[in-house]
Design a protein around this ligand. Structure first.
Ligand SMILES: Cc1cc2nc3c(=O)[nH]c(=O)nc-3n(C[C@H](O)[C@H](O)[C@H](O)COP(=O)(O)OP(=O)(O)OC[C@H]3O[C@@H](n4cnc5c(N)ncnc54)[C@H](O)[C@@H]3O)c2cc1C
Length: 547
């Protein structure tokens, strides 16, 4: 059957296909690839414009969590699914009672090598030779091995290659993609999903899409400031006044409500993966558009008064704890104070946009940025981003911080005291006296962190200036909760039974099971989770017994 379309006499556009996929992000693309493989006709609907096909994955950094890869082995790590599962459940504090989240976590660690890493490689997607070691854990154990495998070319390549595979598929004639189509509700007949309906944004015309199977792959809720606030986790005090948007502009929960109305169970929406170091995008493409910095480890992390946050904050161990620490402050934003030398080596922005050398696979440029510092990035951010201030002296820096803040809250004497104290411990390499110094020493034992972390660089060192202060806000990113699904990506109802014909994948499904991570997520499991759940949804619909 091919996709059929046409207006009825009430002006409503009608589509008919075997399966309809709501959302053209990476999860929707992977589901579509599997469905075409199985011979189905597919209608893919997306609210966004065609240029953004690929969704957040296209903007992403492209790091994917993989267990037991050749890259890990080359780096000297023999990783196993059992070890990864133990780390995952510890980091996410994922209890035995969480049946479907744990089932998906287990599926992920066992299948990441074959169904994600090898599957992508077979489709021409390569990986950076050394995996990154992120989320090592702080109070709870995190990654005990490096598992973040960066796609060579970032998420841009990941999304565009897979989108290209769809276009070139031998069954491509069975795929119809419609952009600017906002899905508002699901069609349910006799207790089974039967399609969806919505609005064509350009004309305001209504449409209905009939299909025996519906895959909801419309992303999470973290693009909606009001939903982020509504579901704010109590561990993070109250939601901050400013929360930047690092998610999709259409990640607004419309499909969560539609699935709920169809009887589906939505769980764990209070679990989110937000970041502590967001700055305003200076070329915003959506309201409150933020950039998520990879926070420099050698910077001093201080509060709105210029006092060092204690215990000291260092990125790479527990992102959730960083958010909690900032939200505990009276004013829920923070500053990182550093110098140009540190910025050149350590400052980075997550995502494809600000990593041109990796995105465009320019190895020599990447090597240059790593070895002698990323001048382009530092100059770009300090010149354009309003949250960066630069000064030759500390007094001048504090004056600029206060001007930006709009009051005299940052105290020069307090900041100077804390900087001198930290610099003294850095200079003496006093790991036993300062947790941040200890962590820098620990990080530098791993090759890929060593090249991206200064070797104990004092901040007030006159040879390393000028000084830089970055004002950082909480930035919303990923929904860890969502539609509860079984291991066939089938959406479950409140009694735990699958709703016939209804599937969910990617961030919409909490990356599997309605929240496969628990409280915390090991980085790279988002893209990986979208690929796996999307593929499983497509394979389940085409009747695979073990999708
Ligand atoms: C800058 C950045 C860096 C990242 N880096 C990484 C990384 O290195 N590793 C990692 O694992 N993850 C990373 N992520 C997260 C990851 O990219 C996302 O979690 C993932 O891409 C989500 O994919 P998805 O298909 O589930 O949803 P999305 O990409 O959000 O796609 C959903 C699609 O549904 C459409 N849609 C929404 N509502 C409707 C509606 N009502 N009707 C029709 N269509 C609708 C949207 O337009 C969108 O195209 C990053 C994210 C960002 C923003």
């Amino acid at each position: 059957m091919s996709v059929a379309a046409g207006p009825d006499n009430l002006g409503c556009v009608n589509y008919r296909s075997d399966a309809v996929i709501v959302g053209g992000g990476i999860a929707g693309i992977c589901a579509a690839l599997e469905l075409l493989e199985g011979g189905a006709s597919v209608l893919l609907l997306d609210r966004d414009e065609e240029d953004n096909f690929g969704g957040l994955a296209k903007e992403s950094f492209g790091g994917i969590f993989v267990v037991g890869s050749p890259e890990q082995q080359r780096a000297g790590f023999r990783d196993t699914p059992d070890a990864a599962f133990a780390d995952w459940c510890s980091f996410g504090e994922l209890p035995q009672s969480e049946h479907w989240p744990r089932a998906w976590a287990s599926a992920y660690v066992h299948r990441s090598l074959g169904d994600i890493h090898r599957w992508l490689r077979d489709r021409g997607i390569g990986f950076f030779p050394i995996p990154h070691w992120v989320e090592r854990g702080e109070k709870t154990i995190g990654n005990t091995a490096p598992r973040f495998h960066l796609v060579w070319g970032t998420g841009r390549v990941l999304a565009t290659v897979l989108a290209g595979r769809l276009r070139e598929h031998r069954g491509a004639a069975r795929l119809t993609s419609k952009f600017g189509h906002r899905v508002d509700a699901l069609l349910v007949r006799n207790g089974a999903a039967a399609g969806c309906r919505g609005t064509i944004e350009a004309s305001g015309a209504e449409f209905e899409a009939d299909a025996a199977s519906v895959v909801v792959a419309a992303g999470g809720i973290n693009g909606s400031g009001s939903l982020v606030r509504k579901h704010w986790h109590p561990d993070w005090a109250s939601p901050p006044e400013t929360i930047l948007n690092g998610s999709h502009r259409y990640a607004d929960g419309t499909l969560h409500e539609a699935v709920r109305a169809a009887g589906g169970r939505i769980t764990h929406l209070d679990k989110m993966w937000n970041y502590a170091a967001g700055v305003h995008h200076y070329r915003p493409r959506k309201p409150d558009h933020g950039l998520s910095l990879v926070p420099p480890r050698s910077a001093l992390w201080v509060n709105w008064r210029g006092e060092r946050v204690r215990p000291p904050l260092v990125s790479g161990f527990d992102t959730r704890a960083l958010v909690a620490a900032v939200c505990r402050q009276e004013r829920q934003y923070s500053w990182q104070v550093l110098n140009r030398k540190i910025a050149l080596k350590e400052l980075a922005v997550s995502g494809a946009e600000f990593n041109p050398s990796i995105r465009e696979k320019r190895f020599l440029a990447f090597l240059r940025d790593t070895l002698i510092g990323n001048r382009w990035l530092v100059d770009e951010l300090t010149a354009n981003c309003k949250d960066f201030v630069v000064a030759a002296t500390l007094a001048e820096l504090v004056a600029k911080m206060n001007r930006l803040q709009g009051d005299e809250a940052v105290r020069l004497d307090v900041l100077e005291r804390d900087l001198r104290d930290f610099d003294d411990k850095v200079a003496r390499r006093a790991a036993s006296e300062d947790e941040q110094v200890a962590r820098i020493v620990e990080l530098r034992k791993y090759r890929s962190d060593k090249v991206r972390t200064c070797n104990l660089q004092p901040i007030l060192d006159p040879k390393a200036g000028p000084l830089i202060a970055i004002r950082e806000f909480i930035i919303s990113r990923k929904s860890l909760g969502g539609m509860q699904t079984d291991l066939g990506s089938r959406v479950l109802d409140e009694s735990g039974k699958p709703i016939p014909g209804l599937y969910a994948a990617g961030e919409a499904a909490g990356f599997g099971g309605g929240g496969m991570h628990g409280l915390r997520a090991l980085e790279g499991t988002f893209l990986g989770g979208c690929i796996l759940t999307g593929r499983v949804a497509g394979r389940a619909i085409r009747g695979e017994s073990n999708p």
